[in-house]
Design a protein around this ligand. Structure first.
Ligand code: NAP
Ligand code: COA
Length: 279
């Protein structure tokens, strides 16, 4: 767990409970690390219990408060049970981060009904089910904050991503709508739209096929990624989970107290600069 950046007060989230879906890997893990470093008890939720328990153990070993819980966010009953368990154990849920997602590049022409359904259900339905389930807990405690992790690819369209762009556009829509519906309960809903962050899945996409001797050329991956950053990202570097986590922490903190229904792009300027593709 890296030390929290000095822009945030030590103990900012002391006594608070943050539930982070997909918190065992990638961006979700970065969010968990930062919130734990700032004093929150982080509950990491995803399908693979060993993944979230290992991550929670690492956060505890670094001095944070953390636990793992199994859930498939596509299953509304499992989501309700998870939220009931967390509320029962901790007595509150101050922050929900809807970060879990599924994604892959695939031509829309041949996308199966199940492939479409899987991504829509994880990203869009999962976000809605988790938000709906935490609402009564947050209302009962006098308020709370929900941050949805979106993307920017749907701002102009992105070939081979019809399923994910549709799901994330839906997430942006519910971010604005639920922000209005739930403001009276002092529940704020915002979103963060990350640019490219080289998590395991993203690095895979940059990995060229193995050479004749079957060994992947790791230097080629680094070179391809460096070249992408130089050409495509105005701030000329990839993002990190910490870049996204900083925005989540800001939105969840008292500094974000008058912000609801906002979608904050954190992408080094990528989407503004991206040339339109017609692949
Ligand atoms: P990641 O490491 O693959 O994380 C996805 C997480 O979601 C995993 O921990 C996974 O855990 C969990 N998950 C998947 N299906 C689930 C389900 N049905 N129920 C519960 N949990 C589930 O991906 P990432 O790159 O960090 O992405 C995190 C978020 O950032 C996503 O919302 C993604 O769309 C968004 N984003 C990422 C980028 C980027 O460049 N990395 C860019 C824009 C937006 P289990 O397998 O254990 O379930
Ligand atoms: N191209 C086309 N279709 C694909 C695909 C691909 N690359 N990967 C999966 N699918 C299809 C499967 O063929 C299946 O459809 P079918 O039953 O008609 O054959 C459907 O998607 C569901 O796949 P399955 O593996 O059974 O689903 P799952 O529920 O176990 O996994 C996914 C969900 C597909 C989203 C999986 O990629 C996943 O779990 N991802 C989580 C990690 C991730 O995506 N991280 C990036 C976050 S942005």
């Amino acid at each position: 767990m890296p030390p929290a950046p000095s822009v945030f007060l030590p103990g900012l989230f002391d006594g608070q409970v943050a539930l982070i879906t997909g918190g065992g890997s990638g961006i979700g893990r970065g969010i968990a690390d930062l919130l734990a470093a700032l004093g929150a008890h982080v509950v990491l939720a995803s399908r693979k219990i060993e993944r979230v328990e290992t991550a929670a153990e690492e956060i505890r070993a670094a001095g944070g408060k953390a636990s793992g819980i199994a859930v498939d966010v596509r299953e509304q009953e499992l989501v309700k049970q998870m939220v009931a368990d967390v509320a029962h154990t901790h007595g509150r849920i101050d922050l929900l981060v809807n970060n879990a997602a599924g994604n892959f590049y695939a031509p829309s022409e041949s996308l199966s009904a199940n492939a479409w359904k899987s991504v829509l259900e994880i990203d869009l339905y999962g976000t809605f089910f988790c938000a709906q389930a935490v609402l009564p807990v947050m209302r009962a405690q006098g308020g709370g904050s929900i941050v949805n992790i979106s993307m920017t690819l749907h701002y102009r369209g992105w070939p081979l991503m019809a399923h994910a762009t549709a799901a994330k556009a839906g997430i942006d829509a519910i971010t604005r709508t639920l922000a209005l519906e739930w403001a009276r309960d002092k529940v704020r809903m915002n979103a963060v739209a990350p640019g490219p962050v080289p998590t395991e899945g993203v690095r895979k996409a940059f990995t060229p096929p193995p050479s004749a001797d079957g060994v992947p050329d790791v230097f080629a991956v680094e070179k391809a990624m460096e070249s992408y950053a130089q050409k495509m990202i105005p701030l000329q570097r990839w993002g990190s989970p910490a870049d996204i986590a900083n925005m989540v922490a800001f939105l969840a903190s008292p500094a974000g107290a008058w912000i609801t229904g906002a979608i904050m792009v954190v992408d080094g300027g990528e989407w503004l600069a991206k040339p339109q593709s017609c692949r």
